[in-house]
Ligand binder design. Sequence first.
Ligand code: MEV
Length: 424
Amino acid sequence: MTKKSSRLPGFYRLSLAERANMVAEWANLSPEDVDILTGRGLKNEQANAMIENVVGTYELPFGIAANFQINGRDYLIPMVVEEPSVVAAISHAAKLIRAGGGFQTEATKPVMIGQIQVLDIPDMDAALDALNANKANLLERANCCDKVMVRLGGGARDLEFRPFPETPVGPMLIVHLLFDVRDAMGANAINTCVEDLAPVIADLTGGRTNLRILSNLADRRTATASGIIPAAALTKDDLDGAEVAQWIAEANAFAVVDPYRAATHNKGIMNGIDAVCLATGNDWRAIEAGAHAYAARNGRYTALTDWHVNENGDLYGEITLPMAVGIVGGATKVHPIAKVAMKILDVQTATELAQVMAAVGLAQNLAAIKALATVGIQKGHMRLHARQVAMAAGASGAQVQQIADQLVAEKKIHIDRARELLRG
Ligand code: MEV
């Protein structure tokens, strides 16, 4: 494979069309792909086949984050997001991590959990004995539900039995099916399997099954990313890099101990991950649910990241979170823009996509806490926000930047002032 660099100096200064062409060249996009990206991507009839009661489509900006190097390979990251600063900030953070050798990532096998709720069990101990004695048969039966997945190397891996002796409705048993879903997000595969297994489990336990559904706390399917930023790379103007590294570690510690801060800290992480989920047609609600539940796995909600100053005085960062993303099925293969996003990313497996997502989360978090620990986020954010305010006031074309600049200069980023300026 030819080595391509995701460093795109001056990319932000190009026109939209120039940027699209540059990405097209980088990712070998066809002219049709570029049309889809820059024109109207999702047609009414496609939208109509995706959900119910469709009356139209809704568009969002599609941006490209630069500078990512993950396990030695360069990636351009497609991001769909409405919030200003997210794409610029993550590209800056990826550049800092690049200075320390780029991201190192890894992921578990893509094992999802399906849950079966069993109630009215006459004898819990006998039920557990029966289930344990029949584990092999149950796993075999689960594999019969999805022969394609098994042929691809996935399939049932284990069963876990979790009794809850006291619940608001009496004792219940929760059966977990652990199933490797390969390159799928896996919801359909898992839900089919647990629905099929439930009657057998009811027979074996003498109980009654109720819910049969996957768990979004996909803690057997996690991705980890880490990176080092040399302290020197954090030196800027009158800021000393070693000090900045320490302030970032302090910012992380705040989120580790305080759930009020952790919620915001993790929201910043998800700014990046959700944007890639949206771009690639993945289920961002599933990823959100998994991330926040995982952040509370030890009984107290905490940060998903660790940032500390390492023995060399450099800044080390790491993130681990559940990452149930797929590259086959769902909107990934239906939404025309998601298909182009997948071409830009050029990942070969869902596990590779999961690792990219983890790197994105870590970089987005670094960008946020570095800004917060130094200049504050309002400075950069308000400049971009001013453009939105100018547009909301009715500015168009070159006026947008002129009005925005004036609002920033006056430190009055308000729609009323923008309207006054427009009236002249
Ligand atoms: C804003 O969308 C995200 C941040 O609040 C994240 C953070 O505080 O770490 C800047």
